[in-house]
Design a protein around this ligand. Structure first.
Ligand code: SF4
Length: 71
C-alpha cells in the first residue's frame, strides 16, 4: 500500500489532482483536496492506496504547489 497525504493549508484548490486521479482525490466543500472515502485513513487528507493505483504519482507531479506526498 502507498501512503498519501495532502497538505490542505498549501492546497490552492486547482483541481488538478481530482482530474488526474479521480479514483483517489476529490475536492471538499471548501475546495481543498481530500482522499476519497474508500481509501481514507482517519482524517480526510490522509489515505492508503493499493500499489497498483498509479495515478497518485501523476497527481503528485501535477500539483502546482507540491501539496501531495506519496510514500
Ligand atoms: S493539485 Fe494540489 S493544489 Fe490542486 S487541488 Fe490538488 S492538492 Fe490542491
Amino acid at each position: 500500500m502507498k501512503d498519501v497525504k495532502i497538505d490542505q493549508d498549501t492546497c490552492i484548490g486547482c483541481g488538478a489532482c481530482e482530474s488526474t486521479c479521480p479514483e483517489v482525490f476529490e475536492l471538499n466543500a471548501e475546495a481543498k483536496s481530500t482522499v476519497v472515502e474508500e481509501y481514507r485513513s482517519g482524517k480526510e487528507n490522509k489515505g492508503e492506496v493499493p500499489d497498483d493505483v498509479d495515478c497518485v504519482e501523476d497527481a503528485e507531479n501535477a500539483c502546482p504547489v507540491d501539496a501531495i506526498s506519496v510514500s
